[in-house]
Ligand binder design. Structure first.
Ligand SMILES: *Cc1c(COP(=O)(O)O)cnc(C)c1O
Length: 339
């Protein structure tokens, strides 16, 4: 069966680079949402703990109940539990969600500073803090998200200025209302590596802990290392005579007699469906022959196992998408092995 290898030392390498950039692992939320970007939630929570991480961010309550076993604090980004949970913070994405959160819960308030996706508006801060107090929720943090930290435009700076104003207002309101001061965070992977003078309480890193970066030149990308590699095992082997075709549609036609093998991974496991018409290659540089099927693909040769990719960049570029999508799409059912 196909499997995923998680490279522990690459993961730790990335975590140390990021920690250095922000001033310590204690300041990092490792973002483990969506099955740790396809890497395996439990495995990555365990490794994060081993490295010394204290905090993570996930999408759902279900994910938080797993990370809770490994890390002292989990922030849920977009789900609300039915009852109060220990060591778990809940994101307020909209004013209307405040009344749905169980009382005494830890909460973090998301503020919209320009992305216009989730979060409350600047002029709703006063009301939000009042509702939080009335509902007896405990405000731990206030945060925002950048819409284009990876691009060389001024937008990152514009949103940072907006967030400065948010901090000032929140601090004033908390002082006036006798509330505990929350902590603040805004930086995702791209923003972390844009800012050499990081001065916030925490940062949230997703894609860069997994070894990918997205700064557009001339912004400098850090030497991160991909953590995940996808491996497939041989299902069958045959000789393909010159002129014979392989797979659905017979898209690939052999120009010579050749040995080919099929391997047990396909779009049913989360690979994108390659139509066999381009130049998509496995990690060993050999072209994938014909279409990718639901559960298999073909390559020249007779290796018992092949690495489909150990760096998702080639697949992302081929499919005109981002590495995030290629890795997050990998099925939860594939076995994860830590090495
Ligand atoms: C996914 C997510 C992140 C991580 O973003 P990366 O670009 O992967 O570092 C950070 N913050 C929030 C709110 C997110 O939803």
């Amino acid at each position: 069966m196909s499997y995923i290898i998680i490279n522990r030392s690459n993961f730790f390498h990335n975590l140390s680079l990021i920690s250095k950039q922000i001033g310590g692992i204690e300041k990092l939320f490792v973002v483990l949402k969506d099955n740790a970007y396809g890497h395996g939630l439990e495995e990555m929570a365990k490794l994060s703990h081993e490295f010394g991480a204290k905090r993570c961010a996930v999408k759902t309550v279900k994910e938080a109940l797993i990370t809770q076993k490994y890390l002292p604090y989990t922030l849920i980004l977009s789900d609300i539990p039915k009852e109060r949970l220990n060591n778990i913070g809940i994101t307020i994405n909209h004013l209307s969600s405040i009344k749905k959160i169980p009382s005494d819960s830890l909460v973090e308030l998301k503020v919209d500073t320009g992305m216009h996706r989730n979060g409350i508006k600047l002029d709703e801060l006063e009301l939000a803090l009042k509702l939080i107090k009335d509902r007896k929720l405990i405000l731990k943090g206030v945060f925002t998200h950048f819409r284009s930290a990876d691009e060389l435009t001024s937008e990152y700076f514009w949103q940072r200025e907006n967030f400065k104003e948010v901090k000032k207002r929140v601090k004033d309101i908390c002082k006036r209302e006798n509330l505990l001061q929350p902590y603040f965070h805004s930086h995702n992977s791209a923003a972390i590596f844009r800012n050499s003078n990081f001065d916030e309480d925490f940062a949230r890193s997703g894609i860069s802990i997994y070894g990918y970066h997205y700064l557009n030149p001339p912004l400098q990308n850090p030497p991160l290392k991909p953590v995940l590699s996808l491996w497939a095992e041989k299902l069958s082997q045959r000789e393909l005579k010159k002129g014979q075709r392989v797979g659905y549609g017979g898209v690939f036609e052999s120009k010579k007699d050749m040995i080919i093998s099929t391997y047990d991974t396909g779009y049913g496991d989360g690979l994108f469906r390659y139509d066999g018409l381009g130049d998509l290659k496995a990690a060993n540089g050999k072209p994938i022959l014909g279409r990718i099927s639901m559960d298999s693909f073909a390559l020249e040769g007779d290796d018992d196992q092949v690495c489909v990719f150990d760096d998702a960049t080639h697949f992302a570029e081929y499919f005109n998408t981002i590495t995030y999508e290629i890795i997050t799409n990998l099925s939860k059912d594939i076995r994860r092995v830590i090495r």
